[in-house]
Design a protein around this ligand. Sequence first.
Ligand code: HEM
Length: 444
Amino acid sequence: MAELEVKQKRLNGRGLFWTWSPRSEKEAGESIVRNLLLHWFPAKVTLKSLSWGYSLWLGTITAALFLILGITGVILMFLYVPSVERAYQSIKDIEYVVSFGWFIRAMHRNAAHLMVASAFLHMVRVFLTGAYKNGIGVGQNRPLNWIVGVVLLLITLLLSFTGYLLPWDQLAFWAITVGTNIAKSAPLVGEWIRFILLGGHEIEQNALIRFYVLHCFFLPSAVLILFSYHMWRIRKDGGLACVDNLVLSQKKEKVKDGIKSKTYSLLGLTTGRTVQVEATLLDEEKYTVNSVPFLIRRIGLVMLGTFIFVALISLFINAPLEEPANPNVTPNPAKAPWYFLWLQELVAITTIRIGGFVLNGAFIGGILIPGVLVLLLAIWPYFDKSSNLNTGVWFGKERIRQNIVFLVLCFFVILLIIIGTYMRGPNWEFYFPWEPWPEIPKKF
Ligand code: HEM
């Protein structure tokens, strides 16, 4: 009876329908199309896009980390109080009084660091596979999706930066002081940006509540909206870029075998112009599988793996909590969050001292060089003139030179972060990790 009812519901096209093991193409398609959570996935995907080696699944890992941040963040919101008088104490309670509070906090903090790293690595993968390039599909706009990605990366950095202040301890207070002082050095608008961000000239209650609202509401909402668009664009672009490459290589093969591609004209079906549709040459049987269960299973696996990894490292790596914030005690050295340390390092390198005269590098190192780099990064797809045979291929032949330059730049950014993290001591002097730092009296 129950089975009959289910069957009837299926036939009527009503009710939610889901199965891990579809018995026909139709059931597999329906498991995607008629499911509220899954309907934005395509019914079929190529085996190549499912492979571990093409995308390294870094985008999905980044999305999984964002999900972990959302869940642990909401739990923390029940306990955290965004007030200068109570913020530190509420974090201390989470850490030492609330059951498993330390664990939820560690998961949140570790996932935040990992999200910055995985969004960056995902960008590196997209660059090296030339996946920002259009291929052969009609209406593709992959360069736009790359720009959306760059904005997502910047928002991810801001999301982490705004969260940094919330514990209101010495680490938080001085990291934000260094970070916002770099922003201040932008010509004309720098002071204004810092003022707007902090809600005043000092890091006080106004800054805390602004960072809190940005961190808990505006920036996560912006990530959600842009991420949805990011995914929608991938579908509009005909799937991951490796699909274009697959079709192109099949086309070559078939032309060699004497089977030519056909072009259908849809003249008259749409108003005003002729639409040419190239018949897809992809051998569906050989190269594609149903999204249910193959794609969904793999996404589930990647998400579960990410969750287990974050949970495991959080057992060993706890979130730090120093002394309460004290604007009168300056730590020496005062360091920005690790992902901004390459900027702090650039500022130090470009600061010129001639006798008693100091030319501060904050503008050149903190604004100009990174500003030009980020702008170039965003518009690079429009400069890349390599052929579409290089779309969606690791280290495409015509893109070797640009890949090398990109990797060298990434290497320098990472090197500066490592130097800033492990080799800068009091007064930003250079020390090898094994060298002891001199005793410096605290500055009051
Ligand atoms: C919050 C950050 C981000 C999330 C959650 C995210 C998520 C994703 C996901 C799930 C995919 C599908 C393929 C994969 O797993 O690799 C993807 C593809 C893509 N992403 Fe991202 N992404 C983010 C940031 C970025 C950044 C920083 C860039 C580049 C600057 C970027 C550019 C692209 C492009 C061009 C594709 C299509 C790749 C292809 O066709 O092979 N994304 N993204």
